[in-house]
Design a protein around this ligand. Sequence first.
Ligand code: GDP
Ligand code: IMO
Ligand code: MG
Length: 427
Amino acid sequence: MPAIAIIGAQWGDEGKGKATDLLGSRVDYVVKFNGGNNAGHTVVIGDEKYALHLLPSGILSPGVTPVIGNGVVVDLAVLFEELDALIARGVDVSLLKVSANAHVIADYNRTIDKVTERFLGSRRIGTTGRGIGPTYADKMNRIGIRIQDIFDEKILAQKVEGALDLKGQILTKIYNRRPQTVEETVEELLAYAERLRPMVCDTGLLLNQALDRGETVLLEAGQATLLDVDHGTYPFVTSSSATSGGACTGSGIPPTRLDQVIAIVKAYTTRVGEGPFPTELHDDNGEHLRKVGAEYGTTTGRPRRCGWYDAVIARYAARVNGVTDFVLTKLDVLTGLEKVPVCVAYDVDGVRHDEMPVNQSDFHHAVPIYEYLDGWWEDISDAREFSDLPVNAQRYVEAVEAMSGARISAVGVGPSRAATVVRHELI
Ligand code: GDP
Ligand code: IMO
Ligand code: MG
């Protein structure tokens, strides 16, 4: 029985939250496998709007077991704030499970994230400042704190002391900041232990047993392909594996059990933070997309950089992730344009590139080669069947599908759950 991954095809904010919510009623488990509270997913159900950061969007679907996998970095204060906010709104969060192996974001890593960005100046990444990068760095350096450590005060104190030995020196000697002491850090983390205890388990075992029983597991990515630490526009990336490979390492579900990879792709492109973005618009068109698409970050409120659809990136995402289906979101935002440009290849110093250039410097000055598709003027937000779309909108979807390396199985025409045109059933 299926394990299905949902991943972002671009630089994030493609509408993964809405897609997960849409499939929520048909699955048994929804797993967040990477990232932390750097993510921001807006889910609209009827008149209710939810903004989720650390919790998987599947927590909003009654009866679904939400899981925070081993690949996630957890800010415990944010975890309980988000849970309490949902409880206050009547959402049942009692099924949540948290991996004993997930890493914990300690206070010193939140501070290091912020001061490093300031120190980098014009070379900054534009991180969300949540401590994500430094916490993953600790994991790789083998000085991280894991969820299971919270239940043994002695071990926790040893581990915090080990990490702070190094990190405290960095904060005081390089950045002139007074870090929290070992005692303060341990006390802060221990305060969550009792509430956390019933949620913690071997989530890899839990999920594999669920698959053995024939249940369906949806793996929900934070961030996206071009923010992936291996496959993204390094160094302008996040510090986790946001692609389908990460769905396996970050959950404990082996690749042989993954049946389907659904990539969410916006009908245009956005990016928050620094880094290359070939189709970015610095003119009125960019402002138009930002305004009509309400392109402001769910996590930091920053205006998102906007540009046209980039089929080179979509093909790359299809290849890296083994995409079986695309969900094309926010098609409604393109309504009312005379012509809709789509980037089909890049010009790099007079040479045409149909695939992502191997060298990052080339990508930085890649000039998009556009194809101009005919626009449409009709309001499409009530379309539910493909045939409800104006002919030019249908042609746009078909043209983008032909360029992007996998079928487009659903099309988003508005933020709400219902505002979706399904062409092929996703599960
Ligand atoms: P995520 O991080 O990938 O989950 O995406 P975000 O939630 O950060 O950003 C996507 C935004 O677009 C959210 O505000 C959604 O409510 C909204 N959205 C999703 N699909 C559609 C769509 O098809 N049309 C419109 N107009 N908005 C959409
Ligand atoms: P969702 O899940 C868009 C970006 C940040 C920055 C870079 C590194 O909502 O799609 P980090 O704090 O992760 O070290 O920042 O990654 N970034 C996102 N951009 N959507 C996200 O998540 C993002 N999560 C991180 O802006 O450029
Ligand atoms: Mg988002």
